[in-house]
Ligand binder design. Structure first.
Ligand code: TXA
Ligand code: MG
Length: 360
């Protein structure tokens, strides 16, 4: 199929030509992968239904799973959304550009192909010079899911995009490794009290602080909604939640508890799997790495530096694929600030395989 070009962008101002070439592809209805601060995105014109169709095809993604549109100016919200509540402006002021996506009611010009048939649209202003330059040069909002094949961990490096989408898209803008490493927090502002549909780098507490919410106002019925506990079938508002996600090839099991409980359980599970002739992977942290022996032992970072854990998680899951382990035993990564977002991804990586086994 088509050859995928990689343009390495070190300085957006000095490399206007490459940005323009990529923008030209987007303007013509084509696709371009680009870096954001969270993960790499696979972009196309957010107002063009055909571009949305191409995105779904390239990812192998079901077309009822809606896309996020990326904008480069806060004020552009009014171009694509209606009935924008005060909360949206407050959140935009506090967190944009940045890793927050807001669900708002869409205007007519946003095609249903982009929103998976919904009357709402997900909008985000990313905090990355390459992403912002691409959006500005394209002259349209850019619809972009994470630039991985459907079901695989999101890409945090240009090479991950290349591995997944080589030959399926014309160009990748390589802006180096992303900084955050997990996708944006998604907040739904279309239905009463703001609801978090996907946890991310911006925490529940960050949002509550900006909106000056009292605990009981954070969701209808006085309940705090925990997205990790939302029944995937019963969550039509977050359609992406029902799909297979972040799945390494091997089955993944999480052990929690105290450090002692966790390491003991992992060691005993690993020993048993080894006895069964399996190639064993262990996903751990710097603090515990010396305790483990297995075919592949990967540390995602230090518990004392939670950001390193978020930053390295997806690359670690991909690395297990590369080393062809049969089974992965992972430490629960329940750190104070980012633990909810990280465990949401790790939990899906574990659940995905179980679902598959059920189907087989
Ligand atoms: O950090 C991010 O958000 C990255 C970068 C590229 O911006 N993008 C990303 O996109 O993670 P994606 O498509 O992999 O995840 C978007 C999620 C999906 O779970 C989708 O179901 C949900 O957002 N979503 C999109 N539009 C929605 C809508 N109108 N209502 C509810 N959920 C929506
Ligand atoms: Mg994704």
């Amino acid at each position: 199929m088509e050859d995928t070009k990689i343009y390495k962008i070190e300085d957006v101002n000095a490399q206007e030509d490459e940005i323009k070439k990529a923008a030209e592809i987007v303007k013509q209805g084509g696709l371009c992968a680009f870096p954001t601060e969270t993960v790499y995105g696979l972009g196309g014109n957010g107002l063009d239904p055909e571009a949305a169709a191409k995105i779904y095809a390239a990812k192998g993604r079901p077309s009822d799973n809606p896309l996020i549109i990326h904008i480069a100016e806060v004020a552009d919200l009014t171009l694509y959304c209606r009935e924008i509540p005060q909360e949206a402006w407050k959140l935009a002021e506090a967190f944009w550009p940045g890793p927050l996506t807001m669900i708002l009611k869409k205007k007519e010009n946003v095609p249903e192909r982009t929103t998976g048939g919904l009357d709402t649209v997900a909008v985000r202003m990313p905090d990355h010079p390459v992403a912002l330059a691409l959006i500005r040069a394209s002259g349209c909002p850019i619809a972009a899911p994470s630039a991985n094949l459907s079901g695989k961990p999101s890409p945090t490096k240009a090479v991950h995009v290349y591995e997944d989408l080589r030959g399926r898209i014309p160009v990748i803008l390589d802006g180096g490794d992303v900084t955050i490493g997990i996708e944006s927090t998604i907040v739904d502002l279309t239905d009463g009290a703001p609801k978090i549909l996907r946890p991310g780098y911006i925490s529940r507490g960050d949002i509550a602080r900006v909106l000056e919410l009292q605990e009981e106002e954070r969701a209808p019925g006085g309940e705090r909604i925990d997205p990790a506990k939302v029944d995937p079938q019963a969550a039509p508002k977050a359609p992406g939640m029902k799909y297979r996600h972040y799945a390494p090839k091997a089955a993944l099991y999480i052990s929690g508890g105290t450090t002692e409980e966790m390491t003991e359980e992992i060691l005993s599970r690993a020993a048993q799997a080894k006895n069964e002739g399996k190639k064993v992977g262990i996903l751990c942290t710097e603090e515990t790495k010396p305790r483990y022996m297995a075919d592949v032992v990967l540390s995602v970072g230090s518990r004392a530096q939670e950001r390193s854990i978020a930053h390295n998680l997806f690359a670690a899951l991909r690395a297990f694929d590369d080393s062809d382990v049969d089974v992965i035993f992972a430490e629960a990564l329940e750190t104070p600030q980012l633990g909810e977002a990280v465990m949401n991804r790790l939990g899906k990586a574990a659940a995905a395989k179980k679902e598959e086994e059920k189907e087989d």
